[in-house]
Design a protein. Structure first.
Length: 236
């Protein structure tokens, strides 16, 4: 069976560090509220795929630098280029973004997101792709796809979000693209709990340390019928 070590992985488009057996991914473009680029989408997809073979990483934490989680796709780097693409290129991009979320759901390690500030668009879908979400009261959650001419189903949102907060509430957020504060998001069930901003990463990491202990992965492993169903439902 293929095995690999990821403790010494050198990321190119985000920060990456491993402490003990917990890997921390930090989206680190704070001057733009940590948006994703074509390259970071692809690297995240590939890294989560490789996690299936990692023998030295047992849990993953995802966070953002500078008081924000992720503002979604970079308006200049991605949106500006998308409007110039032909249909074949658009489909390739759509598959890549969906493949990133599918790779997260297929990843055998528990994934915990530590969310502060802006968590919108693709950033909200990274949160959805995680097993647990620790947020702050000041965080701002939004599925902005419909506001930029995209379908509310983008990146598997119409599959994952109803499982987290229920169909009616998911319809509200996906149809309107409205911004939800941290307290409302916790009340919906999107966040597992709210934490003070200065402690959100610490608390998420503490949960990841618990989850990486022997036997924990079996309890929350991604190869459950529901996750398999997501992968099947999103294949194109």
């Amino acid at each position: 069976m293929k095995k690999m070590k990821l403790a010494d992985y050198k990321a190119s488009h985000f920060a990456y560090a491993v402490s003990g057996k917990v890997a921390t991914i930090t989206l680190n473009r704070p001057e733009r509220k940590n948006p994703l680029t074509f390259e970071s989408y692809a690297e995240l997809r590939d890294l989560f795929r490789e996690m299936s073979y990692a023998s030295d990483v047992k849990a993953v934490v995802i966070t953002g630098a500078g008081g924000n989680f992720c503002s979604g796709g970079d308006v200049h780097d991605i949106i500006g280029k998308l409007v110039k693409m032909d249909m074949t290129e658009l489909m390739q991009f759509t598959r890549m973004t969906g493949d990133m979320v599918k790779a997260m759901r297929a990843c055998p390690q528990p994934i915990v997101s530590a969310i502060d500030g802006v968590c919108t668009g693709a950033g909200a879908m990274i949160a959805c792709g995680s097993d647990m979400r620790f947020g702050t009261a000041r965080s701002k959650l939004a599925f902005l796809f419909v506001r930029v001419g995209l379908a509310g189903a983008d990146m598997g949102a119409c599959t994952l979000l109803p499982r987290l907060i229920g169909l009616s509430r998911a319809a509200d957020l996906l149809y309107t693209g409205r911004v939800v504060g941290g307290e409302e998001a916790e009340r919906f069930g999107f966040y597992n709990r709210l934490v003070d901003p200065e402690r959100v990463l610490e608390e998420a990491t503490a949960m990841a340390v618990i989850e990486e202990r022997p036997g924990k992965v079996a309890c929350v492993g991604h190869q459950s019928p529901s996750n398999t169903g997501f992968c099947l439902a999103t294949k194109a």
